[in-house]
Design a protein around this ligand. Structure first.
Ligand SMILES: C[S@@+](CC[C@H](N)C(=O)[O-])C[C@H]1O[C@@H](n2cnc3c(N)ncnc32)[C@H](O)[C@@H]1O
Length: 285
């Protein structure tokens, strides 16, 4: 791959997916596009890139972009945010929404589904009172390939071995083939849809809880800010935003404030004197 081809592809990737590739990442593009080139009948990654360059944006370009997404995920990833959800964030939100009995949740980079299913299992297991609530749980990703897997809800032994507590495996999975499948009662809780965070956003209700974890790290500062500003327009004044362990709103979008919890944190829209939120409970612990 020539420097020119790399630059072309890096610009394409950033323009259409927001993913910023640093200089020196040629090896990554070579590795990830190898299979795409082979499947398309191209002799090399360079030949694939030349072809993409000569043609208008289409399916082949999206396949190449998708190959550069990093879909790493696991059940109850990082543990502490899920402990905070179980012990503080969800009990508090549920108490606040007792009158409306409505909760709107969005998992914005859901990958193969482990993250939204972890949360769905937590809701079902620890908050049985929600059974007759109106819960909207949307999980989105740019990649149709990972979404197809997420909807299926089938996981192999390695994936199951990464973070899934044995009691949840027993309660919410059934053996299928050489792996396990999430039971229908959990799968039905989550609606998976394709959505590009840097494209137009669909209509969504006002959100109580947003998981935007381990995706901002791939974007440049301006893209991070745009996305955080857009999230803010959907997030209810007392709603919660969870980011990945290596991510923060600090020095990027100052309209959020961080709430520190034990070994983790979440973000909420900064309260100003003009827009106090009447709290029934104390958020900070
Ligand atoms: C590293 S995974 C994170 C999965 C999960 N949130 C977690 O923390 O385990 C990042 C996901 O972001 C998705 N992604 C990357 N760029 C995106 C974009 N522009 N819009 C929506 N999703 C995107 C990728 O397809 C990938 O599945």
């Amino acid at each position: 791959m020539t420097a020119d081809e790399f630059q072309y592809f890096a610009a394409l990737l950033e323009k259409h997916a927001g993913i910023a590739l640093d200089a020196g990442k040629e090896y990554l593009v070579e590795a990830r596009l190898g299979a795409v080139a082979r499947d398309g009948g191209f002799a090399s990654v360079g030949a694939l890139l030349q072809d993409l360059r000569q043609n208008a944006m289409g399916r082949a370009h999206w396949l190449a972009i998708e190959a550069l997404t990093t879909n790493e995920t696991s059940f109850f990833r990082d543990e502490h945010p899920f402990n905070a959800l179980r012990e503080v964030i969800l009990p508090d939100l549920i108490a606040r929404r007792a009158a409306s009995r409505t909760l709107n949740i969005w998992c914005a980079a859901a990958s193969t589904g482990q993250e939204p299913y972890s949360l769905a299992m937590l809701l079902r297991d620890r908050f049985p009172q929600l059974l007759n609530w109106n819960i909207s749980f949307l999980a989105t990703d740019i990649s149709e390939t990972v979404l197809a897997r997420a909807r299926e809800g089938r996981f192999n032994a390695t994936e199951i071995g990464r973070g899934l507590p044995p009691e949840f495996r027993q309660r919410y999975f059934t053996p299928e083939g050489d792996g396990l499948r999430v039971r229908d009662e959990i799968r039905r809780m989550v609606a998976f849809r394709a959505m590009n965070l840097i494209g137009p956003w669909p209509n969504m209700p006002e959100l109580d809880l947003v998981l935007l974890r381990n995706v901002l790290i791939y974007f440049n500062v301006e893209t991070k800010r745009n996305i955080l500003q857009k999230v803010q327009r959907y997030l209810r004044p007392d709603g919660c935003l969870l980011l990945g362990a290596a991510e923060s709103t600090l020095h990027i979008e100052e309209s959020y404030e961080v709430v520190h919890l034990e070994r983790t944190a979440y973000y909420r829209v900064r309260r100003t004197a003009a827009s106090p939120v009447s709290l029934g409970l104390n958020w900070a612990v």
